[in-house]
Every structure is written in structure tokens, then in C-alpha cells.
Design a protein around this ligand. Sequence first.
Ligand code: EPU
Length: 423
Amino acid sequence: MDKFVIEGPTPLQGTIPISGSKNAALPLMAAAILGDSPTTITNIPKLRDIYTFNNVIRVTGCRVEFNEDEGILTIDPKNLNHYEAPYELVRKMRASFYMLGALLGKYGEAKVSLPGGCAWGPRPVDLHLDGMRAMGANIELEEGYVIANAPKELEGGTFTLEPSSVGATVNLVLAAVLRAKEFTIKNAAKEPDVVLLCEKLAEMGADIEGIGTRTLTIRKVDSLQGISARNASDRIETGTFMIAAAMHPQSNITLTNVDVDDLGHFPETFRKIGAEMNINGDSIHIKAPDHITPTSIKTKVYPGFPTDLQAQWATMMTQANGESKVTDTIYDDRFSYVPELVRLGADIDVKKNTAHISGKTKLKGASVMSTDLRASVSLVLAGMVAEGETDVLRIYHLDRGYEDLEEKLTNVGANITRAEQKE
Ligand code: EPU
């Protein structure tokens, strides 16, 4: 197992290219198996979750080729003949559960392992299953697996997502496009990842009304064709590096290959901390403020503040002059990073779903670790402004979701090395 050894504090200066988005790529990859011909997707990041999903798709008999140097993925569904996503792979990555919608949609049968819990709570899939039942599919649970069946045509109907869910919207769209006579999803997610999926499915030949709104109506088509598609750039990686750039008063960073339109209200909120921010086409230039203005946030569905950036924001707020609050309304208990930041010297108190942060605190290096992706990257952000050496343990979480993280940060002045972690 590897760890990062970070020497701080260091200002960041230079250019960071933003990678393709993991969370946008995974639905597109699942959609590719619905086609009758190969789909090629560009701007695919080299991340552990992408390799895992490649293997999930290969289990079904599809051919998957990943040109890592070019970031181009080709999925040929011609030989798909096995309708299963096994526990050994699904437990590594929850999004493998998208295979349920894709296989049910294309072949009318699927056997997909239930994903189980995750580092910060149960993360249910009831809406995915109830939505498919509402569509008319037969869904049974057997020994940790979901067994799904559907005739050639499902009647469809209407299903309301409460709460709105990215994953359930993706799975229901995948299931419906080739199978449901008419199916309406109310309170559908409209995160950019969902919108891109729907747009690309429409390009493949799907009939989806209401793309980009909270009501999607899908009418079955007989077949879909493979396409060439560009994957979105990673909006969470973008936000993470914007925050990194604001945390040291001498930092000055340009982010390139950004999909600015996917950032929702985040840039407006970011401006409130006092940073200089210039957006020019697909580049964002950030100059850190001398003093960070304390700014409270509450996570919301898109275009509101993303839950995937709240840990990074709270970390930045430890360096703001005053009190702030970070409230997560999507996941109540996504605060596993707090005790670790406190070990570095932060003053944070969690009450219910809100972290109360008192800044500015001087952080001092220590060994820290975390059990999820966004929490781990927050510890890297903290390590870059902490005095002395910070060891971030168990960085395999980072390898799931941040492409070339240490290389990108080292290139702009951070002092980060990857070392073997002895247990
Ligand atoms: N929910 C239910 N029942 C369900 C599904 C969801 O109650 O059947 C609830 C969840 O418990 C949560 C809310 O609905 O309170 C929203 O969850 P959602 O389903 O939207 O999350 P997800 O699809 O499982 C994706 C991202 C997450 C991100 C969330 C929220 C992917 C692969 N994952 O998860 O990303 O936090 O949306 O935006 O796209 C990450 O990248 O680190 C990550 C965890």
C-alpha cells in the first residue's frame, strides 16, 4: 500500500490540466453496451474506477479497449452474452450497479450484486429497484444479488425520485430507453453527468424528452447505434484545485481543459472567499486572497454546492479568519475527515450534519488517513499548507478518483512524494 509524504507549506504556481470526469464517464460506458455497434469515448481518465468498470463490462463478453496514452476507450457490445455483474467487482465500486439498468434494458435480464454500504453510511439503492418495478420489471433479491427480468416491452408509467438521485436516474434511463413503452421520471437528477448521458443516448437514437430538466420522459426505441463521444472534464477535480489554489496566499494557478458550464453555482460561492478568479473559455485563473473570508455552505443537488466538494471546502475554511459552517444535506454523516484535520491542528466541531469551523488555525504535519476519496484529497490539501511533514496514508482512495494527483501538484510547486506504507 502507498502513502503520500507531503512537506509544507508550499505555494502553488503554474498550470494544471483538468482530467476527464470519472462520474461522467461511468454512465457513458454503461450506455455503450446498449448500442448495436462500438462506441468510442475520448477524455477518459486513467483511474482505478475506470479499470474496474472496464473489467465489469468485460465479464459480460463485450470487448473493451482502453488506449491510456490518448484517453480513448472503445466498447464493442457485439459479443455480449453474460448478464451478470459479480460481487467481487461491484464491491470495489458502487457505480458497477449501473450494469443493472444497462443489462435489463438491453437483454431483459440481469444478475447484479447489491453494492453494500460505503465509508460514510448505508447509501441505499431502493429507488433504483422501486423505479424498475414501477416500470414493470420483475425484481427479486437473492443471496446478495438483484435478479431482474423484463419482457420485450414494459408498460412503463411514472416514478418520482425522493430524494433526487444521480445513480437512480442513470439506472432508470439505461433500463428504459430500449424497453419501456413510456416511462416518466419525476424529480430526476440534472447533474451534468446525467445530462451528458441523456444527450449521448439521444445521439445513439434514444427518445428522451426533458433532457436537462427534472422530468424525463422516455419512449422505447428498437435499437441504438454506437457513437463517438467526448467525456466531460471533471468538475469535482476542478473545484478541488480551485480550493487548493486559494489556500496559500502566494498561490497563483491556471486550470485548463475545464468544462466551465458544469460548475453550477460553485464559482459564485468561491468568489465570496476573496480569491481573484478569471474565467476565459475553458481556463480558470485563480489568485489566492491574502486572507480567506469565512464562507458557510450547504450542499444541494446541482446546480447547488456539490457534496463531493464539502470536505475540501471545510479544509480551506480552517485557513479562513473566523467562523464558518459546512452542512451536508445529501449525506448526513460525510465527516470522517474531521478527526484527521483536528489531528493536524484544525478547530472543527461536528453537530448533526454540520461542521462548525473556527479559523484560522496553524496546521502542523502528522500522519493522517481516511476512508473515502474526497476526504483523502482534503488531507492532501491540508498537508500542503501544514508546517512540516504530513503523511497521508491509504491513498488508494485517491487513485480511484484523481488522475496523476501528485504529479499535477508537484508540477506547480507542491512537495509530495509517493512512498510505500509499512503496516
Ligand atoms: N438515495 C436513496 N435511495 C437510493 C439512491 C439514493 O435514498 O436508491 C439517496 C442517497 O442516500 C443520498 C441521495 O439519495 O442521500 C443522493 O444520492 P445519489 O444517488 O445521487 O448518489 P450516487 O448516485 O450514489 C453520485 C456520485 C457521488 C456523489 C453523489 C451525489 C457517482 C459514481 N457517484 O452517487 O460521488 O457524491 O452522486 O452527488 O457518480 C464521489 O465521486 O466521491 C462520489 C461519492
